[in-house]
Design a protein around this ligand. Sequence first.
Ligand SMILES: [Zn+2]
Length: 316
Amino acid sequence: MNAFTEPYFQNDEAARAKLESVRWPNGPVCGRCGESERRYATKRPGRYRCGNPACRKDFTVTTGTVMESSHIPLHKWLMAFYLLSASKKGMSSHQLMRSLGVTYKSAWFLSHRVREAMRAGGLVPPMGGEGGIVEADETYFGKAEVQRPRRAKLPPPTKGGKVGPAGKRAIVSLVERGGSVRSFHVAVADKVTVQKIIADNISRESRLHTDESRLYVGADQIFASHETVKHSVKEYVRGDVHTNSAEGFFSIFKRGMRGIYQHCGEKHLHRYLAEYDFRYNHRQKLGYSDMGRALAAIRGAEGKRLTYRKPDEARV
Ligand SMILES: [Zn+2]
């Protein structure tokens, strides 16, 4: 069955009802002050008045989300959430423009806001834990646009024993074995940067698996254990020690980026990483359907508006 025959992909009213049921399973909640008990329906469908005396403002289901103040009909928003969640490699703004019948500018606006909703926000718990395995690896993708700091005195970064490419964008990803991924676009993948990322994101009780890169030397002082495979001598798996999950994630990311988002500006790279991280973290193997993944993205739309919107951005 084609999922797009659902009424919430067809008309604004059904989409609003769907969004309300997803965001407000226990009834409307004011998106400005969080009031969940006192509110009144207004004459305009979908608009509520907050009953908290300190607030008293009107709100809708999009208040306080990436969808707020948008003139794009809600069923198109839902469709954008669905398409970017369901497609394995993502969807370009041109494809989205054709699928939704909106302008290119609107499609671009929609896709970046959906990506923002997909970004993991707030305090996230450390990865791994006792007995848990976390793989760390770095990769290089796309030409760097930003001038890198010169560190002539330091040896060049290594990748699998080889020298890492200069002038390319560096990405560090942490993957919990059988679980989730966290990716970071870094200016330089040097030891200080990489070790801060692993120390900030991985539980101390974890087993850390990496290749033999010197970026991770000393990590055994931080974690329960640090085991490495020697890619330089073609050792990729030793017992349960490997970085195949991280390599697999990089391969999905790179194939997708080459096929769909060829012209991703470096300042947007972290958003595309968030998109690929999100799909990986809500993959089928972890129990998510295409629609389930889209709903998870919609739930992530809350509380992101203020951190994202810039004052000079036009309303679309
Ligand atoms: Zn309120």
